[in-house]
Design a binder for this molecule. Structure first.
Ligand code: ATP
Ligand code: MG
Length: 429
């Protein structure tokens, strides 16, 4: 027997019993973003490798060790996108839709690919919903992004389990001055740093700040603080953001060590974190990247955005038992028919009912079967009612409407009155 084929490690099938919660979460997010005036954009899943090297940065974890990169048949180096911002910036530039200061409030959804060690909340193919805003540079829009995620957490019932962490990285000049001071300090205590931090000190010194190593953390206690190096413009921006979050009643903590993994951030950075998912605690992360568009060859164009991991969001909704009960039921009524003539009438009748009740979830029995077996299937489907159409019902042009969840007695309803009857007794999603 040949070896059975398997999916790639860390790349998951989302099976039929899981898709309702995916569609529920995706539906909530897309409706919310519509309501705040964001427009969806769809980019390819594969881009030239160069795009990610230039935007994310050569010495980031993603580019150094997480990308799925391959040569295509033309010899071009291509990469499965590890995140969405780079491609989004590429797309707006390529199509000129941020030119002349045009504001764009965009969002996207889709799979991302990173070669990481798979574990709960961390996969090699995972899904993000991302939002990017171009040409708005004030703290009001940073605040809006946070406010709308806060609303989403409320709608999903997970608000109490997430915490907002906030920091400002300043302008790139301020960050460069800080970086120099940090490197000087850490170099003076090089021997006390863990190996990974020693390496980062050369490649990406700010990332030493989010080390998990206790010895290095101890060294960091006396390190220069980013906030002391903030330029006036960034300081005012950050104060503006905090004032707006206070006005909206959104709690936050300032985390001076929050630097984010990507090179391109400036000013605001934030993360929504939870302690309910173990080590994979960040459900949503983002920040401002005012220099990125220019760095990628465009005219100076400010940007700010975030991305949330859908798997982690769903894990959180599940852990907190916030999946709405209605999701469990996918069928409203199940139509059973007995005998060829009744089956034909049932098909015609069900199509008429669908015309009248487009939202009704009506499943018609397929594969015939005895009374007993069809009822069993009707019950298993989760339907509220079974509709029964046999020879007697056919002769009288009626159906039996049998409640399956203990809601009263069976009734006999004329075909012509069926849609109206179902409209009164089935709550339609
Ligand atoms: P982490 O620190 O957990 O690796 P990150 O900083 O690399 O996260 P981002 O690039 O900011 O993550 O991506 C935004 C969000 O996408 C994360 O907050 C998380 O919810 C989700 N995410 C990132 N990588 C993965 C992954 N490998 N599997 C599942 N979700 C992920
Ligand atoms: Mg990561």
């Amino acid at each position: 027997m040949s070896k059975s084929l398997q999916a790639i490690r860390g790349m998951n099938d989302i099976l039929p019993d899981q898709t309702p919660v995916w569609r529920y979460v995706e539906g909530k997010v897309s409706r919310l973003l519509d309501n705040y005036g964001y427009k969806q954009i769809r980019m390819p899943i594969v881009e030239f490798t160069e795009l990610f090297k230039r935007s994310i940065g050569e010495v980031t974890d993603i580019v150094e060790k997480e990308m799925y990169t391959f040569e295509d048949r033309n010899g071009d180096s291509l990469t499965l996108r590890p995140e969405g911002t780079a491609a989004c910036v590429r797309a707006v530039l390529e199509h000129g839709i941020t030119g002349g200061g045009q504001v764009q409030k965009l969002w996207y959804i889709g799979p991302m690919f990173r070669h990481e060690r798979p574990q709960k909340g961390r996969y090699r193919q995972f899904h993000q919903i991302g939002v990017e805003v171009f040409n708005l540079d004030g703290p009001d829009i940073d605040a809006e992004l946070i406010v709308l995620t806060w609303r989403l957490w409320g709608e999903l019932g997970i608000r109490d389990a997430v915490k907002l962490e906030l920091n400002s990285l300043g302008t790139s000049e301020a960050r460069a001055r800080y970086r120099a001071a940090l490197v000087q300090y850490l170099s003076s205590r090089l021997g006390e740093l863990d190996e990974d931090s020693q390496r980062r000190l050369k490649s990406n010194p700010l990332r030493v700040l989010d080390t998990k190593n206790a010895d290095t953390q101890a060294v960091l206690v006396d390190a220069p603080k980013l906030v002391d190096y903030l330029d006036e413009e960034s300081r005012v921006h950050f104060e503006g953001l905090k004032a707006r979050l206070d006005a909206a009643g959104i709690p936050y903590v300032i985390n001076p060590k929050l630097v984010r993994g990507l090179d391109y951030y400036s000013k605001t950075v934030f993360e929504w974190v939870t302690d309910k998912l173990g080590a994979q605690g960040t459900v949503c992360a983002g920040g401002r990247y005012d220099g990125l568009v220019e760095q990628m060859g465009g005219k100076p164009t400010t940007g700010v955005g975030f991305a949330m991991g859908i798997e982690r969001l769903i894990l959180l909704v599940e852990t907190l038992e916030q999946i709405p009960q209605e999701l469990a039921r996918q069928v409203d009524v199940y139509l059973c028919a007995f005998g060829e003539a009744a089956e034909l009438a049932a098909l015609a009748l069900s199509e008429r009912v669908r015309d009248q009740l487009p939202n009704l979830r009506l499943q018609i029995n397929a594969g015939a079967g005895s009374f007993k077996s069809q009822f069993k299937k009707a019950d298993k489907s989760g339907a509220l009612y079974a509709l029964i159409l046999g020879d007697d019902e056919l002769a009288q042009q009626v159906v039996g409407v049998k409640p399956l969840r203990g809601q009263g007695e069976q009734q006999t309803i004329a075909w012509d009155a069926l849609a109206e009857h179902l409209a009164t007794c089935v709550v339609q999603g």
